[in-house]
Write a protein that binds this ligand. Structure first.
Ligand code: CTP
Length: 415
């Protein structure tokens, strides 16, 4: 991605120290970053930290370097403004259109996408004043992230934690790639996402697994949650990924456990996204104690495999049988290599028919493609015969295009 001008606004909350990581991640991604803290943010982190990390001067007021008219210029020239943390007070001032310091003046003059990452105590986040300010900012096109739940300052826990720095910078880069805001168009929609690979036990220490990292499914869950959906993520084995903020995560091991979790949550869901790499077969018998190799010459063990249920096809069947009346869209994923019988798309079209899902995301897999990497490409096939290419991009950018298609599908099928 070309070098963009990003303003990182920092408001005065204890999470201000995490802004340093956001600044670092965005500069490491090759962007030019300027930090605009509030006066109170500097009570938590010194200007020197932000100056050193960004390589740019740090001011809080509109009367520094007045000849450069910074209260107007900084916002006008920005490609993206990220406010992390955004405190209750900052959100209120932004929603009210105040311009009483350099950060709020910048927010008022910026015409680029704006991303707020809130952090505050649960009571403040849940207060109707804050909810209304957030709704106002979203209505005007800004992206206000859902905060994470968990440990807050002191002994409190609840929603209000700053989302992980990685999540903020990932979303920031998504906004730069999209060039427009992320619409808040999935409020009230319940989504069930599966991600990662399953592990089929052979004995207590060994399993049959696969190379899925879970990154694409996690990106789907993250983007849908930030578009307002109520997301449950059923996660198999993943490469140590950060749980997305504001997503209910259920960890599972085997295909059978994943199947049980999907069966439990599917009746509530409006959308099912099957991004998990579910094992097609499992050992017929998982040994209860470790299988010993024994002395040489005594033969090699054979693992007998039996077929796992197809979770996706099962969900499609249940919906046709009228058992999932809330389910509006079922999305499958296909990893294909192509072979002597046909190319990737040939196999994908056959799979879409066989599985009966509404949309199928298709990735060509192979050495350094799709698995364990941060970028992806492929095709999106729809049951009405539409086919579109998913151009190469980060898994978050790909996720946001797939979510655009899901939203389109929900709109069309709603009539
Ligand atoms: N899937 C599933 N249950 C399984 C296997 C796969 O729900 N037991 C889902 C995956 O989550 C994915 C889709 O089916 O959304 C396609 O997975 P894939 O492995 O490509 O398809 P298979 O049906 O296993 O076909 P094949 O291995 O023959 O390509």
């Amino acid at each position: 991605m070309e070098r963009k001008r990003i303003i990182v606004g920092v408001a005065g909350g204890i999470a201000a120290y995490k802004a340093a990581t956001v600044v670092r991640q965005l500069t490491e991604a090759g962007h030019s970053v300027r930090v605009v803290p509030t006066e109170s943010a500097l009570k938590f982190v010194g200007a020197a930290t932000f100056e050193a990390l960004s390589g740019n001067p740090v001011h809080t007021g509109v009367f520094d370097d007045v000849h450069e008219v910074p209260h107007v210029r900084i916002g006008q020239a920005a490609d993206l403004v990220v406010v992390a943390p955004a405190t209750a007070d900052l959100l209120a001032r932004a929603a009210g259109g105040r311009a009483d310091d350099l950060l709020t003046a910048t927010l008022l003059t910026a015409r680029c996408p704006v991303l707020y990452a809130p952090a505050m105590h649960t009571e403040m986040w849940l207060h109707p004043a804050t909810s209304e300010n957030v709704a106002t900012l979203r209505r005007r096109g800004s992206v206000v992230m859902e905060p994470a739940s968990g440990r807050l300052t002191g002994a409190d826990t609840g929603p209000g934690r700053l989302p992980e720095a990685e999540e903020i910078s990932t979303l920031a880069q998504l906004l730069l790639a999209r060039g427009d805001a992320l619409p808040y168009d999935l409020a009230g929609v319940k989504v069930l996402v599966t991600a990662g690979g399953t592990r089929e036990p052979i004995d207590p220490v060994r399993f049959i697994g696969n190379r899925s990292s879970g990154k694409q499914g996690y990106a789907m869950a993250r983007v849908m949650a930030q578009r307002g959906a109520d997301v449950t993520l059923i996660a198999g084995n993943t490469a140590g990924l950060v749980d997305p903020a504001a997503v209910h995560v259920v960890h599972v091991g085997s295909a059978a456990q994943l199947h049980d979790a999907v069966s439990k949550h599917a009746p509530d869901a409006n959308v099912l996204v099957m991004a998990a790499a579910v094992a097609d077969f499992r050992p017929a018998h998982a040994a209860t104690s470790k299988i010993k190799k024994g002395p040489a010459g005594q033969g090699e063990p054979t693992i007998e495999l039996v077929r796992n249920d197809d979770v996706l096809a099962g969900a499609v069947r249940s919906r046709s049988d009228g058992q999932l009346p809330n389910m509006k869209a079922i999305v499958g994923f296909a990893a294909e290599t192509g072979d002597a019988n046909g190319d990737v798309l040939f196999h994908a079209r056959a799979k879409l028919k066989r599985k009966g899902c509404d949309l199928l995301v298709v990735n060509a897999v192979g050495e350094n493609r799709a698995f364990e990497v941060d970028h992806n490409d492929g095709w999106l096939l729809s049951s009405d015969g539409n086919e579109s290419a998913l151009e190469h991009g980060s898994k978050t950018v790909i996720a946001s295009r797939i979510v655009d298609a899901i939203v389109g599908f929900l709109r069309t099928s709603a009539g």
